[in-house]
Design a protein around this ligand. Structure first.
Ligand code: NDP
Length: 330
């Protein structure tokens, strides 16, 4: 059975050499445990932070120990009366083909109505991040203008669609023309900007939102955040969900640089961690499932095949290779 461990802490952009695929004995199952076979593994930008040896809301990965992320796994042997062979479970698990677990921190899921991979995307932490970030931190009101960066990614693509469901005017920022078309032609965004072919992002935002933006959902940080702030309206809200453009920087720049805008325009800027809303996850999952069933929400994903591809799929997040949720199918 194979496992993927962190061989060394990445310096700048992660490389495949930072990871190692090791072979280990298939574990045996003790009473109260299940043997799990990984089916789908989630790769997420925040894992980059856990590869640094620094204090955060979640502890760093250890060298020569397996990486962990959200995984969908199948029970292949059970000595736990709560689970039977063929059940599917999801939760935080190691990057291992096979592993034993008590099941305590895992949730049973079914593929009756939706593909299992959706539990890593729209019905998992991604969808919940979009839902709670926009609604609880952003406080959207019908008719307002929402700007989303990382718009064609896992979180961003859901944020924009929820914005449309809730009656907002939605503008996305993404890294290619193909992503721009996905947003406007398939996901219902009112407009989208390719930041890679735009000279001045602040000007491009203004062209699409001449009356300014009321809410900015930030997945990218840095210059993208600056450009958004130049267009923010009075009483605007900035939702700091992530700052992927800074994750591989070896020296963190200071910021935000437009704090006078916050004052002059009475803007509220707030970060959050999706786990803050853990108590309300059932509400979030119920609402997201309902929208999916009603066809109001589309679930976009990029599926990469094979256990050995996990590190590369992770690295490719920083190259924008994914549309929607990046998932590895084992
Ligand atoms: P995505 O699916 O959005 O994948 C990452 C995307 O980011 C890429 O496809 C790429 O798209 C874009 N990107 C990569 N590098 C850069 C760069 N230098 N500048 C601009 N864009 C870049 O990932 P997620 O949806 O999983 O995560 C999105 C954000 O949300 C991240 O910042 C993540 O850390 C954060 N997050 C926060 C959570 C919380 O609880 N606060 C929970 C989950 C996620 P493109 O082609 O457009 O460049």
């Amino acid at each position: 059975s194979k496992a993927i461990v962190l061989k060394q802490r990445p310096n700048g952009t992660p490389q495949t050499d930072d990871f190692e695929i090791i072979k280990e004995e298939q574990p045996s199952v003790k009473s109260g445990e299940v043997l799990l076979k990984a089916k789908y593994v989630s790769v997420d930008p925040y894992l980059r932070g856990r590869m640094r040896d620094e204090e955060s809301y979640i502890e760093p990965f250890k060298i020569n120990k397996p990486i962990a992320s959200t995984v969908v796994a199948e029970v292949v042997e059970s000595k736990n009366e709560k689970y039977k062979e063929g059940d599917f479970l999801t939760g935080m698990l190691d990057w291992k083909e096979y592993q034993v677990h008590t099941g305590d921190t895992l949730r049973k899921i079914s593929n009756d109505h939706i593909a299992l991979s959706a539990y890593l995307g729209v019905l998992g932490l991604t969808g919940l991040t979009a839902y709670f970030g926009l609604n609880r931190i952003g406080g959207p009101k019908k008719g307002e203008t929402l700007l989303v960066s990382g718009a064609a990614g896992a979180v961003g693509s859901i944020v924009g669609q929820i914005g449309k469901i809730e009656g907002l005017s939605v503008i996305g920022i993404a890294g290619s023309d193909e992503k721009v078309s996905l947003l406007t032609d398939q996901l219902g965004f009112d407009a989208a900007i390719n930041y890679n072919t735009t000279d001045d992002l602040a000007v491009a935002i203004k062209e699409h939102a001449p009356d300014g933006i009321d809410i900015y959902f930030d997945n990218v940080g840095s210059y993208t955040l600056d450009a958004a702030m130049k267009n923010i309206n009075r009483f605007g809200r900035v939702i700091n969900c992530g700052a992927i453009s800074l994750y591989n920087e070896t020296e963190q720049p200071t910021g935000p640089r437009l704090e006078t805008t916050l004052v002059k325009k009475s803007v509220k800027m707030q970060g959050f961690i999706v786990r803050n809303f853990e108590e309300d996850f059932p509400e979030g999952v119920q609402q997201l499932s309902k929208w999916l069933q009603e066809g109001k929400l589309k679930h976009e994903e990029t599926i990469v095949n094979g256990f050995d591809s996990i590190p590369q799929a992770f690295i490719d997040l920083f190259k924008g290779k994914n549309k929607g949720k990046m998932v590895v199918k084992i």
